[in-house]
Design a protein around this ligand. Structure first.
Ligand code: DGL
Length: 278
């Protein structure tokens, strides 16, 4: 099969914050997006299970023409990126890691905050990033349990979302953070609420634009950049309810696009049959 598309996956809608930036930077590329909404959230799952999901999803995307795979999920990147590179040596991967480096560089107070899932904080990647880039900067963390579920449900700025964020951010703000890293790809969709709670002194850092640049670099290095003049196509897949992802696409990206169903059977992922109405 000809591999011509960029595969992107997440546990749910979070990876759409990365897809949006990839599409902005590389509008001629075809994309295949997979949301594992049958298993969302990943954040509290054992890392081993997330690794298994990630491996299967990579196979699924490769079978649908992915020439490279963006692990648009901090939790899955922390749990599986090294493993994926070993299992699929021919596939270029771009993963997500909390943007501690730029936040630490711009922090004057030398205190930064990171919000991410429990799984991300447990993964090796996070401790490596802090060790490498935080230096003399204090890194305060908050896991925000429940935020991913609210964003999946479309509540990006509801009273419940705000009160959860206020609770999570209060200890970080009390310590005087001046940068806040969005260490979960779902969180950029709640950015307006986060910024209004954090206030103007705190710079909110979303790594998605830098990830898109990295995707471009990786494809260029491997001579895999597409040269289409016309806008690329995007195929959306979910292991959850296609109508739900379709509503999320409209709400989060202002896009009306069909979504195809996929299903997990005995630990294997396969297409569940196209349903055009979804
Ligand atoms: N969007 C994901 C991340 O970046 C996954 C969140 C979850 O499923 O718990 O971590």
């Amino acid at each position: 099969m000809r591999r011509t598309a960029i595969g992107i996956f997440d546990s749910g809608v979070g990876g759409l914050s990365v897809l949006r930036e990839v599409r902005r930077l590389l509008p001629g590329e075809d994309l295949v997006y997979f949301a594992d909404q049958a298993n969302v959230p990943y954040g509290h799952r054992p890392l081993k299970q997330v690794r298994h999901f990630s491996e299967e999803i990579t196979r699924f995307l490769a079978a649908r023409g992915a020439k490279a795979v963006v692990v648009a999920c901090n939790t899955a990147s922390g749990a599986a990126l090294y493993h994926l590179r070993e299992v699929f040596p021919a596939v270029p991967f771009v993963g997500l890691e909390p943007a501690v480096k730029p936040a630490a560089q711009r922090s004057r107070a030398k205190v930064i905050g990171v919000i991410a899932t429990e799984g991300t904080f447990q993964g090796e990647l996070f401790s490596r990033v802090v060790e490498r880039f935080a230096g003399d900067v204090r890194v305060l963390t908050a896991a925000c349990p429940g935020l991913v579920e609210l964003i999946e449900a479309g509540a990006v700025d509801s009273p419940a979302t705000r009160s959860l964020l206020e609770r999570c951010l209060a200890p970080l703000l009390a310590e005087g953070i001046d940068s806040l890293v969005l260490g979960c790809t779902h969180y950029p969709f709640a950015r307006a609420a986060i910024e209004s709670i954090a206030g103007p002194r705190v710079c909110v850092v979303d790594p998605a634009p830098a990830v898109a640049l990295q995707v471009e670099r990786v494809l260029a290095e491997r001579r895999l950049l597409g040269h289409q003049e016309q806008p690329g196509r995007v195929a959306y897949w979910t292991s959850g309810e296609p109508a739900q992802l379709r509503r999320a696409l409209a709400a989060l990206l202002g896009e009306d696009a069909p979504v195809a169903p996929a299903s997990w059977v005995n630990g294997r992922l396969s297409a569940a049959g196209w349903n055009n109405g979804s």
